[in-house]
Design a protein around this ligand. Sequence first.
Ligand code: ADP
Length: 467
Amino acid sequence: MKRLLFFLANYRFRLAVIFLTIAISTFLYFGVATYQGLSVELPQLALGELRTAMLSVKGRIESRMEDGTELQTAANDVFSQALDRRFHARAYDRRGNVVASTSSLPGNPATFSAAMYGQEVESTLVVPPGNVRYLLTATPLRVRGEIVGAVELALSLQDVDRTLAVIYPRLVLGVILSVVAIFAAAMYVGGNLTRIIGELEVAARAIAQGHFDQRIVATSTDELGQLARTINYMASELQRLSAVRAEFLSKVSHELRTPLTIIKGFTVSMLREAASPTRRRQLEVVDSQVDHLTGLVEDLLDLSRLDAGTLRLRRELMDLVRISREAVDVTKPKAQMRDITINFRAGAPSIEALGDPHRVKQIIDNLLDNALKHTEPGGRVTVEVTARNSEAVIKVADTGLGIPRESLPYVFDRFYQVYSQRKAGAGLGLAVVKELTEAHGGRVEVESEFGVGSTFTVVLPIPASLK
Ligand code: ADP
């Protein structure tokens, strides 16, 4: 049942089933109608022929007898001179004796009797051993109004039956061949359609996933070709809009950077000179807000550089254990202030990879920052660096709030926030983490249970030469 439903859900098979149903019913109808028509019409033609022959034979015998010729002589003459050899003829006298015959067929007393009562008889005779069918007709002979005997004519239906026997298998074969051909055609057309639709679907999915440079090769001018061109147009529009957005973000972040640096500089110097505690507190708020904004602008700039491919990553030997330990050490005071325990574990004294140490530190800082932000006092954050096969694995785990299952697929998307109202941020941190990791040829994964904690895992490749 499930398999049947699968086939019916498949466009190709649905098309084939529809075609087949139409083909089978049409051909069956025409096949049966043709066969039946022929099997009725052909005997009818033979019957017509038989009737005509009978009229002629009867007329000739009667006219000869009216001229005084004996029945036997008249019948024999007419049978031999005026009758096609395909007909079987027999003449009876008034008592039922056969007086002339060209027939080897068995006699038929009932036919004769009926004819002697003045009736025209028509019937079908089946003669063994070959069960050959004959059309039989008998009619009374009248001379001056008096019945003087009867004549019986029979015509074999062997030719008709032979023709039908030849036509029947041809009709069946024709129906089977047409059905097979139509099934094959439906599968071919359906297969072509599903292939093209499949290609369109793959391309549309890729575009939906942000691969705006995806294009479909559309050569046909039909509706599917038109659809492909429309999808291509949509992709190029998305590509253009995405470029406009990237340029806008890049320009805005560049423009914001300089004033922020100036504000930061002045705030720091004013903080140094602040006389009253109130003024100091106010300036500290300004300072932390400027830091927050600067972080945001830096994230935006990084993302726009990553988009444009202008972010230059150094490719140098770096020790991931050292980088991670330093990041943890820097974070420790902040964690202590919030009563969060922070642990560091390394699988080896040093784990080396190739990359930009500054950017890898940025990745770990972002993850640590998030872990601290989402962990309640009394909680624990653990950073672990290990190596397996040709990969280095950095895990940042917390016993914090966790992320709801439905949000997990989106946490690495730009501007996506799970707790937008609760924590300040712009939803860019994890997007930067993901893209920086990928720019290093690595990948980042998240596991999280709501209310239990989250673990972010960054996997970076270790080149074979370093193993
Ligand atoms: P933001 O800068 O706003 O924190 P991120 O990109 O860093 O944005 O994170 C995206 C979302 O994922 C945030 O809304 C945040 O709530 C959630 N998130 C990130 N890290 C954690 C974590 N360790 N525990 C729980 N939620 C997290």
